[in-house]
Design a protein around this ligand. Structure first.
Ligand code: SAM
Length: 202
């Protein structure tokens, strides 16, 4: 797994690393929800955090790269958007902070399978019933076109089946995002999940 120093180095090589537009799959979900509290894990330069914060959400962006966080904060200031940033490893954050949030965003985090499963386990345990998750990543069929050069780190529909048993799947879709997102014809996988609210029996 790449550490914060390696990510800082990658960020320093370019003025901006990612497109400015938020993920369509996130916008579509956010438009259906009442704005509340959102957590963007591995927020990068903050395109999804900035979108949510400018649409009424109270956002915390968690990111371990100081370079990315500085960019995110600069963009927020330029755009007159208020949000909170936490410079932290997301695994540590989830283990130590129980977020009472309405929406968690995980976009383009391509960890090796054991770390991905650990992230999903932590997330699944940490969030409250009713919380929505928006997970977006390169589909395994995009191997060789975009994303990490390791199919095991790319996403498959089956990744979600075991990790999120306490969740309803509202959407699980393989999609071509389009060239404006820099992915060409390579598909992304979008999952919208909602933690089940236990029903009480009398
Ligand atoms: C491919 S970028 C995606 C950024 C953002 N989610 C987006 O879609 O624009 C992955 C980001 O996750 C961050 N990251 C990777 N592992 C992390 C970790 N363990 N804790 C915190 N941030 C992490 C990296 O620094 C990088 O900014």
């Amino acid at each position: 797994m790449m550490n914060a120093d390696a990510w800082n180095k990658r960020y320093q090589e370019k003025e901006s690393l990612w497109v400015a537009a938020p993920d369509r799959g996130l916008v579509e979900l956010a438009e259906r929800l009442t704005p509340g509290v959102a957590l963007d894990l591995g927020a990068g330069e903050g395109r999804n955090s900035l979108y949510l914060a400018s649409h009424g959400w109270k956002v915390t962006a968690v990111e371990f790269s100081s370079v990315a966080i500085e960019r995110l904060q600069r963009l927020a200031t330029q755009q007159g958007v208020n949000l909170d940033t936490v410079q932290s490893d997301i695994f540590t954050y989830l283990r130590t902070t129980l977020p009472a949030v309405d929406l968690v965003v995980v976009a383009y985090l391509h960890f090796p399978p054991e770390d991905r499963n650990e992230l999903y386990r932590l997330l699944s345990d940490a969030v409250m019933p009713g919380t929505h998750l928006c997970l977006i990543g390169h589909h395994v069929e995009s191997f060789g076109h975009v994303g990490p050069p390791d199919p095991a780190r790319l996403w498959s529909e089956s990744d979600f089946a075991t990790s999120f048993q306490d969740f309803d799947t509202l959407l699980l879709e393989k999609r071509i995002e389009g060239t404006d997102h820099g992915h060409g014809d390579a598909p992304v996988l979008i999952a919208w999940l909602r933690k089940k609210v236990p029903t009480t029996t009398q």
